[in-house]
Ligand binder design. Structure first.
Ligand code: ATP
Length: 368
């Protein structure tokens, strides 16, 4: 019987539990044994109690649970070869040769590296007499499949990541709450949302809530953004709007790369010689990550989890490591390495202030 392990790694996102449930049940359905690795790569490096066999009923009710019930962590040891050597040993000791990982681009990079190194790690374990040649014989190849769990929707090559629509729904719900009180007092609110290199959450929330102005990392504001924003807000006020909502992504900045902070925006809106609006800042923070997954994320996690198990069972040593994407509403497998490289390229372009390049690398179309 094949043994397939599931793991969550990096930052958590709503829907990860749905992915675990789908993988465990599909693996069992296909006649395999299902395992879960607790606490991300840390659990793989530690072994023992961190790697546990799962039965069908162990994931009952998990679809509607927020976060990840098998834990997630950042693991320094896995960045180094000795850590990955320990992880390989623990995999073999538990009879596991296939790993499905739900995480961000960092976690998936680590996974692909692990797979590439696997034959060398196994040889080293035998050389060091930590395992015997007979023990490692059935474990010549490691099977890795990635699922993208991220609230930011920052992975290239897929239309949506597991968790992004839950976070977006949460932001919209929070903005609705704020709008009611903003309107009562005729106030302005600057709302900071997550997204260091990716403005998807801010942009979509801006459209979905009808915000007055939005700041995102990929499309920095020109030097005159202060006047531009004030003019738009003033126009909205003139036509009778009693509330002002400005949404700013964590990673927003101007064309010269200077950070645009909520405080800067607040000072402008509140400026006595200008709009003179009673302005407050709300940083949404971790409410965006927590809570139950929305229907779409439960659906996405389930379909992608099922596909991940199929990908494991159909993989050959020659198949490049896949990740499960959704493109134009179809669940599909794509090469992991290229998507990770493209994702990192966008982040690099933003950090280097090459915004046109960052924009051209994004799948989403942005317009003024
Ligand atoms: P998020 O998008 O939420 O940041 P992530 O998966 O990108 O999620 P990281 O902190 O980058 O989060 O990675 C999670 C873990 O994956 C790391 O703590 C480390 O154990 C492993 N990892 C990441 N990158 C590598 C790498 N290049 N080599 C080996 N392991 C890695």
């Amino acid at each position: 019987k094949r043994r397939i392990a599931m793991m969550t790694s990096g930052g958590d996102s709503p829907g990860m539990n749905g992915a675990i449930r789908a993988v465990v049940r599909m693996a069992i359905e296909k006649g395999c044994e299902a395992y879960c690795v607790y606490e991300g790569y840390e659990g793989l490096v530690q072994g023992q109690n961190f790697i546990r066999k799962f039965e069908w009923s162990d994931v009952r009710g998990w679809l509607s649970e927020g976060g990840t019930l098998i834990g997630t962590a950042r693991c320094m040891a896995f960045y180094e070869r000795p850590g990955r050597l320990k992880a390989a040993k623990n995999m073999v000791l538990n009879g596991i040769d296939a790993l499905i990982i739900c995480g961000g681009d960092g976690s998936l990079t680590g996974a692909d590296k692990f797979r590439a190194e696997w034959p060398g790690l196994i040889d080293e374990l035998v050389e060091k007499k930590e395992l015997t040649a007979e023990q490692v014989e059935p474990f010549k190849h490691l099977n890795i499949v990635g699922l993208v769990g991220s609230i930011d929707n920052d992975m290239s090559g897929t239309d949506a990541t597991i968790g992004c629509y839950s976070a977006l729904s949460r932001i919209c719900e929070m903005v609705d709450y704020i709008e009611a009180t903003a309107s009562s007092h005729s106030r302005a609110f600057v709302i900071e949302v997550m997204g260091r290199h990716c403005g998807w959450l801010a942009l979509m929330a801006g459209v979905a809530t009808g915000a007055d102005f939005v700041f995102i990392p990929e499309k920095p504001r020109a030097g005159n953004w202060r006047e531009e924003m004030c003019k738009i807000v003033a126009r909205h006020r003139q036509i009778g709007k009693r509330k002002t909502i400005v949404i700013v992504a964590e990673g927003a900045h101007d064309q010269d790369g200077n950070k645009i902070s909520p405080d800067m925006i607040k000072d402008l809106l509140a400026d006595k010689s200008g709009l003179a609006l009673d302005t407050r800042i709300t940083t949404l923070g971790h409410v965006q990550r927590g809570g139950v997954a929305c229907a779409y994320d439960r659906y996405l996690a389930t379909l992608q989890g099922v596909e991940a198990v199929k990908a494991v069972l159909e993989a050959t040593p020659e198949t490049p490591t896949p990740f499960i994407a959704i493109t134009e509403n179809k669940i599909c497998r794509k090469p992991l390495v290229q998507a990770v490289l493209d994702t990192k390229e966008v982040a690099k372009a933003i950090e280097a202030h090459e915004f046109d390049r960052a924009m051209s690398l994004r799948d989403t179309e942005f317009s003024d």
